[in-house]
Design a protein around this ligand. Structure first.
Ligand SMILES: Nc1ncnc2c1ncn2[C@@H]1O[C@H](COP(=O)(O)OP(=O)(O)OP(=O)(O)O)[C@@H](O)[C@H]1O
Length: 259
């Protein structure tokens, strides 16, 4: 049986730029699985996510969603399978948060039809799920970066996709909200979603016990388990820093820190 997401031999170069951002990237992601892409700044993590959802056209390789080549799928077909939360979204208009989230229903709402009461119920439930129901009546543009991140994840969830892609979903979140988002990621996987996310914190990979893709600065992607990839030697090389990975009895897991 094919995996929900199949990436094979994917390569990407920005037009007019010398050299590829990533090359020969291959991995599989099935329903109920979480995969974290880690790697240094500028390695190409966001570009890889863009190429997967066809916001960027790769120079070689294929991406299949549920067996279908994404290069042959319309934008709305892709949106019915993939909910994508970008790093920063700055809409031109300051919609009410509930309306911003209900727009996540767009792939399920036919053209010219306004969202139904059920769409609004789902949007309100999505905000509650993320613990930000109290923001429903606020103006999206007046939210803090962390609040926006949580609202955007709610919007992706109400889209009812099968694969959720989150580009650095915790980058603007405090400790409490990071823990909440990681719990939500785990619950989404338990509910049968596939989740692909990028992060700068290797500890999250361990907490999520996720499949890992390490995007190196040479453009190669090393895929493995946390035990195989989250090691002092590997992290020190990838980040060009002195990284310690030590088992901490109190939390029953390895913890990564810089020295
Ligand atoms: N539109 C563009 N045109 C040319 N080069 C670009 C463009 N967008 C990004 N790049 C370059 O492509 C490389 C990968 O960028 P990308 O944003 O994918 O990296 P990243 O791993 O997500 O980085 P970060 O961790 O800092 O968010 C970088 O060298 C970046 O400067």
């Amino acid at each position: 049986m094919s995996a929900l997401l199949e990436v094979d031999g994917l390569c990407f170069a920005y037009p007019g730029e010398r050299g590829t951002v990533f090359r020969d990237v291959s991995f599989r992601l099935g329903t109920g699985e979480v995969m974290c892409i880690i790697g240094p700044n500028g390695a190409g993590k966001s570009t890889l996510l863009h190429a997967i959802v066809r916001l960027r056209v790769p120079s070689a390789g294929t991406v299949r969603l549920d067996g279908a080549d994404v290069s042959r799928l319309s934008r709305s077909r892709i949106a019915r399978v993939v909910g994508y939360v970008t790093q920063s979204s700055a809409p031109a208009f300051g919609y009410r948060v509930l309306d911003h989230v209900v727009m996540g229903r767009a792939p399920h709402v036919s053209l010219y039809r306004t969202p139904s009461r059920e769409d609004y119920r789902l949007a309100a439930a999505g905000l509650e799920q993320l613990g930000v129901g109290h923001l429903a009546e606020r103006n999206y543009l007046e939210l803090s970066g962390g609040e926006r991140q949580q609202v955007d994840i709610a919007r992706a969830i109400v889209q009812k996709p099968r694969l959720i892609i989150l580009d650095e979903p915790t980058s603007a979140l405090d400790f409490g909200n990071q823990a909440r988002v990681l719990r939500i990621v785990r619950r989404l996987a338990a509910d049968g979603f596939a989740v692909l996310l990028t992060t700068h914190d290797p500890n999250q990979v361990i907490v999520l016990d996720a499949k890992v893709g390490v995007l190196n600065s040479d453009g190669s992607l090393l895929v493995g388990t946390p035990a195989e990839t989250i090691t002092e030697e590997s992290l020190s090389r990838v980040y060009n820093a002195d990284v310690t990975v030590a088992y901490v009895d109190k939390v029953h897991r390895d913890v990564c820190t810089i020295n």
